[in-house]
Design a protein around this ligand. Structure first.
Ligand SMILES: Nc1ncnc2c1ncn2[C@@H]1O[C@H](COP(=O)(O)OP(=O)(O)O)[C@@H](O)[C@H]1O
Ligand SMILES: [Mg+2]
Length: 337
């Protein structure tokens, strides 16, 4: 199997079961060995990665790792010292305008006119772009779920709504690549979920290459198909979320079982070392290689006893957040700039 097939498999198996094809032969963004020194500080060291259409790619690293610096280079706000950035096949240093025409992004807070409505803000922005019709404006408003509030002044918007208006603005010209620097900062859980759903939809249904940066693995786990991990200006690796989950799973699997009589069932399962959790559910740790067979027998036993079996769920053993912290500390020697 060649390298591309490998990546393709990882990328294609990482998402939820929607049928989507990722074209790994033609990356939407290809970054090769970029370096950046500002003053005397060598901030980025040989950063390389590819990201594709139809995927949400997470750029994950602790504060000061170099995410914003890299993203500024991709959106043309900062020059590279060397290396190559190519967007949909156009080199940013050789064909700046064409390369940038494929990109939409929010790096710092999106510029908005506070005294205008959401809709007027989008119209204002549309005037600066070629070929953005009123119809397209309505389409993006719908996509980011702001139809009901779009005629209100943005001073009345929550942070989450402003962020979604920012996304609407960034995708007006149908960019093939959408880049958002730490877009969930400051959002509440509902706001984070709304944004996550929008970004996944853009990638998985509209084929956009969505790149989001974050310092939180827990967020990336839910939002992304793959993550590139960066620490101290160095790319540690690119992984599919599925691959990371598998590697953190370990030799045993924890199950949580809920029935209409947990105490009796727990006693009945003493041979499996079943325990009652603080919430009163049954917890069992089983060797991963035989876990499914054993769980099937346990289910049958519970049901044959006349007990109602509500749920059996599997708990991931090690949190990806821990895997991420281990990864970035090892590589960065624990120094977080
Ligand atoms: N203009 C600048 N001058 C000097 N150092 C900078 C400048 N911009 C960023 N840095 C340094 O580069 C490193 C990476 O910063 P940044 O890309 O903002 O990280 P992140 O976005 O991952 O938090 C940090 O140590 C930061 O202090
Ligand atoms: Mg940053």
């Amino acid at each position: 199997m060649n390298e591309n097939q490998n990546i393709n498999e990882a990328v294609n198996s990482a998402a939820e079961p929607v049928m989507r094809q990722v074209d790994t032969q033609n990356p939407a963004i290809s970054i090769k060995k970029i370096n950046k020194t500002i003053g005397k500080r060598h901030i980025l060291h040989d950063i390389s990665f590819d990201a594709y259409g139809s995927e949400v790619f997470g750029f994950l690293g602790p504060n000061g790792a170099g995410k914003t610096t890299t993203i500024k280079m991709i959106v043309g706000l900062l020059s590279t010292d060397d290396g190559e950035i190519s967007i949909c096949g156009s080199d940013i240093n050789k064909d700046f305008e064409k390369a940038l025409s494929y990109v939409g992004g929010i790096v710092e807070n999106p510029e908005m006119y506070k005294q205008l409505t959401g809709y007027q803000n989008l119209q204002q922005y549309a005037r600066m772009r070629d070929g953005v019709t009123e119809e397209r404006i309505k389409e993006v408003v719908e996509l980011v779920g702001l139809s009901n509030r779009i005629n209100e002044k943005i001073t009345k918007y929550s942070l989450g709504m402003r962020q979604r208006l920012g996304v609407a603005q960034a995708i007006l010209h149908r960019p093939k690549v959408l880049i958002l620097d730490e877009p969930t900062n400051g959002l509440d859980p509902a706001g984070i979920k709304e944004l996550r759903d929008i970004l996944k939809k853009l990638a998985h249904e509209e084929g956009v290459c969505v790149i989001v940066s974050s310092h939180l693995m827990s967020e990336m786990e839910l939002m992304c198909d793959r993550v590139g991990v960066i620490a101290n200006g160095q790319m540690i690796g690119v992984y599919s979320i599925e691959e990371l989950l598998k590697s953190s799973a370990g030799d045993t699997t924890d199950f949580v079982i809920d029935t209409d009589d947990n105490a009796s069932v727990c006693a009945m399962l003493s041979q499996y070392d079943a325990k009652l959790s603080e919430e009163g559910r049954i917890e069992i740790i089983l060797p991963s290689d035989t876990a499914m067979e054993t769980i099937a027998s346990i289910n049958a036993l519970i049901i044959s006893n006349g007990t109602k079996l509500y749920t059996v769920s599997e708990k991931p053993k090690k949190k990806l957040e821990d895997v991420f912290i281990e990864m970035t500390q090892q590589e960065g020697d624990g120094q977080i700039a």
